[in-house]
Ligand binder design. Structure first.
Ligand SMILES: [Zn+2]
Ligand SMILES: [Zn+2]
Length: 354
């Protein structure tokens, strides 16, 4: 079997680029040659040993590439097609998928929480020269000629996830929306809130680069959480509480603040990845009598989601490229992880070119 270079997880704080066997496509599968990928905040959790994956796994879940090999049973694709594949790869056949819960795909065996997230989680991922795509018929989204790899790579995960925070929050035209944390996903949630028709958007962030980008992505006001009484200020700016609060950090304090700054009957749309225990103080929750809605979302995937997101870029309604701040080769990926993890040098997302 021919070798390829790939980013392999060995143990906490130990990932290396090394040679592994190149995959080949079985029935219903495809192999793509990766032309561009990136590093996700979730990959940092994996690197630090905070989210367990098996040693020896190739990590990464944001693939853009060219079809190299097509397994049996696929129609409508040819070798050389440029494709975007979502971070989440639903099978399109199981109980979860056919109940429109693509992200919770059980791949033929029913429903499984987080089951749709396979790349760099339960199967080899995208930070490599080649990637095996399972259930390829449901997951290969052809890239329109006029779009570059850089314009689409962030749609695989962060734009899909961020937008879904706004969609799950069911934002209506004219709503007031507050987005807690303006990292890459929070910034996409801000952009999503604008696209959904929010009337007034507040970003909450203290990093100067991210504060500036928040305005660029659609925030009307950006508040520093360390500056004065944040909840009071949000209640003042929203006339008594926001219609929708989006949590994009995954810690107790922001979850709680989301609840506290909602109007009665408002919606908390949670995108954060939490660890340990998440508590709900009775006062923040109006003792259970505030008619609040709490919704959570895992990144929607599948080729139709990717097609829709690419259409948004093509029509110039959304431009993800300002979020790609640095470029590295695959050989330099450990260095890229270090920069991304330390948030040095105004980094938002790094482009990785094999
Ligand atoms: Zn991710
Ligand atoms: Zn499925």
């Amino acid at each position: 079997m021919e070798p390829m270079k790939a980013t392999v997880f060995h143990s906490a704080n130990n990932i290396r680029v090394e040679e592994v066997p190149r995959p080949s496509a079985g029935v219903g599968e495809a192999v793509i040659k990766i032309t561009l990928t990136t590093i996700c905040g979730t990959d940092l959790h994996i690197l630090r040993g905070e989210y367990a994956v098996k040693p020896g796994l190739v990590i990464g879940h944001e693939p853009v590439g060219v079809i190299e090999e097509l397994g049996e049973g696929l129609t409508g694709y040819k070798i050389g097609d440029r494709v975007l594949v979502g971070a989440i790869t639903p099978c399109g056949q199981c109980r979860a998928c056919l109940s429109a819960q693509w992200a919770q795909c059980g791949h033929g065996e029913g429903v499984e929480a987080i089951g749709g997230w396979r790349f760099g989680n339960t199967i080899n991922g995208a930070q490599a020269e080649y990637l095996l795509v399972p259930n390829a018929q449901a997951n290969l989204a052809k890239i329109p000629d006029e779009l570059t790899d850089e314009q689409v790579v962030l749609l695989a995960d962060i734009a899909s996830t961020g937008f879904s925070g706004a969609e799950s929050g069911n934002i209506c035209i004219g709503d007031t929306v507050v987005v807690f944390a303006q990292g890459p996903i929070g910034l996409c949630a801000t952009a999503g809130a604008r696209l959904m028709g929010a009337g007034f958007i507040i970003g909450v962030e203290n990093d100067p680069v991210r504060m500036k980008m928040s305005k660029h992505m659609g925030a009307d006001v950006v508040l520093d959480p360390n500056d004065g009484d944040l909840v009071l200020e949000i209640k003042k700016l929203t006339g008594g509480g926001a219609d929708v609060a989006i949590e994009a950090l995954g810690i107790q304090q922001t979850f709680e603040n989301c609840l506290r700054c909602l109007r009665p009957g408002g919606t908390l749309s949670s995108l954060g990845v939490y660890s340990g225990k998440l508590q709900m103080p009775y006062d923040a929750f109006a003792a259970g009598l505030g008619d609040y809605k709490i919704v959570t979302t895992l990144c929607p995937g599948g080729k139709e989601r990717m097609r829709r997101l690419m259409a948004m870029v093509q029509s110039k309604r959304f431009d993800p490229t300002p979020l790609l701040t640095h470029t590295f080769s695959l050989d330099q990926i450990v260095e890229a992880y270090d920069l991304f993890g330390s948030r040095r040098d105004g980094v938002l997302k790094v482009a990785i070119r094999p």
